[in-house]
Write a protein that binds this ligand. Structure first.
Ligand SMILES: Cc1cc2nc3c(=O)[nH]c(=O)nc-3n(C[C@H](O)[C@H](O)[C@H](O)COP(=O)(O)O)c2cc1C
Length: 257
């Protein structure tokens, strides 16, 4: 399965077979963690931890996750660069897992941190902000089906509501060079399926923005940019990232004459 197929087919998985990862799968997943990278800097640590369900361990994800033994734990710094990197880097691992036949579900809100990182220390400035089960998917439970329905997880906003050309009124032309990469960004996962990303195409440049909807919006943005970049790399296109911060002055205070 190539990366485009993985992006199109991936869905969040919350019900697992209860078997846990086998040693070969652990090796592959650890390799995916080692190979993941980000242009955004910041502080991020991705760990894979096994919990023994048979010894009575019950992950406290408010009953949302069933049958998972293996979890990623993400220690993330508190600045924007760290959030972008976490989204961008960890989504590479999520997509690799899907290519290996393994399901995952980003979880940023519905877990009790202390249960997961008991006995683990994080580098200075990082704390556990995301967990993610990984394993072989089972038929979704009723609860999982209900969650997906409530979040509208199957749906995405229309392309022309998210992406624009030269100004924020004009649609991206049908044959624009970035159309497929933007389409892959559109199908990316986001917290509560909020899809906060926006993009403006201008010649050979794409400007990325996000509408802050929750603290997870920065993670979502990193995830979306990862999908965009993976598509461009798949087609052998080259490019660079640069960051521009736009400061908006809310009102004019005075003129100096
Ligand atoms: C940063 C982030 C945080 C998320 N947090 C949760 C969560 O706390 N609980 C949960 O059940 N799903 C969570 N999700 C999964 C989203 O609800 C899911 O990605 C979205 O509904 C789209 O569905 P899909 O992933 O199946 O395409 C999260 C996703 C992302 C990207």
């Amino acid at each position: 399965m190539n990366i485009i197929e993985a992006m199109k087919e991936r869905r969040s998985v919350r019900t697992f077979d209860g078997e846990g990862l086998n040693p070969q799968q652990v090796v592959e997943i650890e390799k995916a963690i080692d190979e993941s990278n980000s242009p955004f800097g910041g502080k991020l640590c991705i760990r894979l931890k096994k919990f023994n369900l048979k010894e009575g361990y019950k992950p406290s994800t408010y009953g949302m996750i069933k049958g998972a033994e293996d979890f990623f734990l993400l220690g993330i710094g508190s600045d924007e660069a760290s959030g972008l990197s976490a989204g961008y880097r960890f989504e590479q691992v999520v997509l690799r897992a899907w290519q290996l036949g393994l399901g995952t579900c980003w979880i940023a809100a519905t877990f009790k941190g202390s249960d997961f990182d008991k006995g683990i220390s994080w580098p200075d400035g990082e704390e556990l902000k995301v967990i993610c089960p990984v394993g072989v998917a089972e038929k979704p439970s009723m609860k999982e089906k209900f969650t997906r329905l409530t979040l509208g997880s199957k749906n995405r906003k229309p392309f022309n509501d998210l992406f624009f050309y030269k100004d924020f009124k004009t649609a991206v032309p049908d044959h624009n060079q970035f159309r497929e990469a933007l389409e892959m960004l559109r199908v990316a996962p986001s917290s509560t399926n909020s899809q906060p990303w926006r993009a403006l195409v201008d010649g050979d440049t794409v400007h990325f923005y996000y509408k802050p909807k929750s603290p997870a919006s920065v993670l979502d943005t990193g995830i979306g940019i990862c999908h965009f970049h993976e598509t461009e790399k798949f087609y052998g296109h080259e490019g660079d990232f640069s960051k521009k911060v736009t400061l908006r002055v809310p009102r004019k205070i005075c003129d100096i004459l």
